[in-house]
Design a binder for this molecule. Structure first.
Ligand code: GDP
Ligand code: MN
Length: 381
């Protein structure tokens, strides 16, 4: 899960990483009130989950309330790379002597964490990586060793940060590392990390991606998800029902047991000339409750024209799945026809159970490809 800048800064604050004082605003009046509170000059910043806001006109300095009002009005509603601005972050503006770059992320091939630090911040790091790769000091960190202050100091020296910034930067980097590891981030990035003319080092921006596999040990992440205007309503509903669901843009709803089979089902729907509306793996527990929940989520998607239920029984028995489908169809009034392919353990018993329920709304096909073709044809009808 990507965080907005203001959420990222809240997250940083928990780990003692210094940022500028400020607050969020959803209207022009709120923005002016936040600006008054932060103290002028202020910087008014679009809260969208995409980089390059500065270049797109989404970051503006304001010297007084009139300017704050003007900029807030211009930035709210602005479209930045397809993301419409609905919320602002307003903070006391900093004077900048130097802009640096700092981040931690995972280096999968090397099985380490990777720190990147550069004295050339403010611009996109991808750009620095191309034009001046030597300006990025890489640090591979064995997760067992972690990052200590001494290593951070030599890293800061290697990155050639300004001498007066080095001690503070080293301390800040150790904290950012704690935020990244204990905070279960996939990415913790500060660009720019600044040195002020007064010799203070702090974060002007925050880009944080949380590792959702760790959400079970972070109940406090709920508030970040609740604030997310970009979240897919279908995915939200599926999550509430405990389903493994990803929304897609096609018209064939998909239910399969097992992630591998669900992916194959997407492939076979594509092969048959259709487009999947979702990925949905119901896992091993294909009982009536799970099946009903899956059908409800898919049914709530107005783009869906046909539903393809693709089950290969293993430990899950197909007769149990069949009972689940029959019961679920009694509970959920479906907008689209269902095409089933049921195979594997107890498939014969399962098909027998379903025989009396078959209609032009509930169709059984003998193979995966037949079922895909039928579902695609129905979706296009
Ligand atoms: P991004 O473009 O989405 O990465 O947004 P940033 O938060 O990084 O802001 C973009 C640029 O705006 C920064 O690199 C700074 O140059 C400038 N900026 C942001 N905050 C301030 C501030 O408090 N004072 C000054 N002078 N410039 C700022
Ligand atoms: Mn930035």
């Amino acid at each position: 899960m990507d965080l907005y800048e203001y959420q990222g800064k809240q997250y940083f604050a928990r780990f003692g990483i210094p940022t500028s004082p400020g607050g969020v605003a959803d209207t022009v009046d709120e923005a002016v009130a936040q600006a008054d509170a932060a103290g002028y000059p202020v910087v008014i910043k679009a809260q969208v989950k995409v980089g390059g806001r500065g270049k797109a006109g989404g970051v503006k300095l304001a010297a007084d309330a009139d300017e704050a009002r003007l900029h807030a009005g211009n930035i709210l509603g602005l479209d930045i790379k397809g993301h419409v601005v609905r919320r602002l972050w307003v903070e006391h503006a900093s004077d900048i002597a130097k802009e640096y770059y700092a981040s931690f992320t995972l280096d999968r091939p090397n099985k380490t964490h990777l720190g990147m630090l550069s004295a050339e911040g403010g611009v996109e790091i991808e750009e620095v990586a191309v034009t001046n790769p030597d300006a990025i000091a890489m640090l591979h960190i064995n997760p067992i060793d972690g990052l200590d202050e001494e290593t951070a100091r030599s890293w800061v020296d290697r990155a050639d940060l300004d001498p007066e910034a080095r001690a503070q930067a080293a301390t800040l980097l150790v904290r950012l590392y704690h935020c990244y590891v204990e905070g279960d981030c996939d990415l913790a990035e500060i660009n720019p990390l600044i040195l002020t003319p007064e010799g203070k080092v702090h974060a002007l921006d925050a880009k944080v991606t949380l590792d959702e596999n760790a959400s079970y040990r972070h109940p406090e992440w709920e508030e970040f998800a609740a604030d997310d205007a970009d979240v897919d309503v279908r995915e939200k509903m599926a999550k509430e029902k405990g389903l493994n669901y990803i929304g897609l843009s096609g018209s064939v709803g998909i239910i399969a047991n097992g992630a591998g089979l669900a992916m194959s089902t997407l492939d076979v729907v594509t092969q048959a000339g259709g487009e999947a509306a979702n990925f949905l793996d119901i896992g091993g527990g294909a009982n009536a409750d799970v099946m009903a929940a899956a059908l409800e989520v898919i049914n709530a998607d107005p783009a869906v024209r046909a539903i393809f239920v693709n089950i290969f029984g293993g430990i899950t028995r197909v007769d149990e799945v069949a009972k689940g489908i029959i019961e679920a169809m009694g509970r959920v009034k479906l907008n689209s026809p269902v095409v089933m392919r049921l195979d594997g353990t107890n498939a014969v018993e399962g098909r027998k159970l379903l025989a009396d329920h078959l209609s032009d709304r509930l169709i059984a096909e003998p193979t995966m490809l037949d079922a895909a073709r039928h579902a695609v044809a129905l979706a296009k009808a």
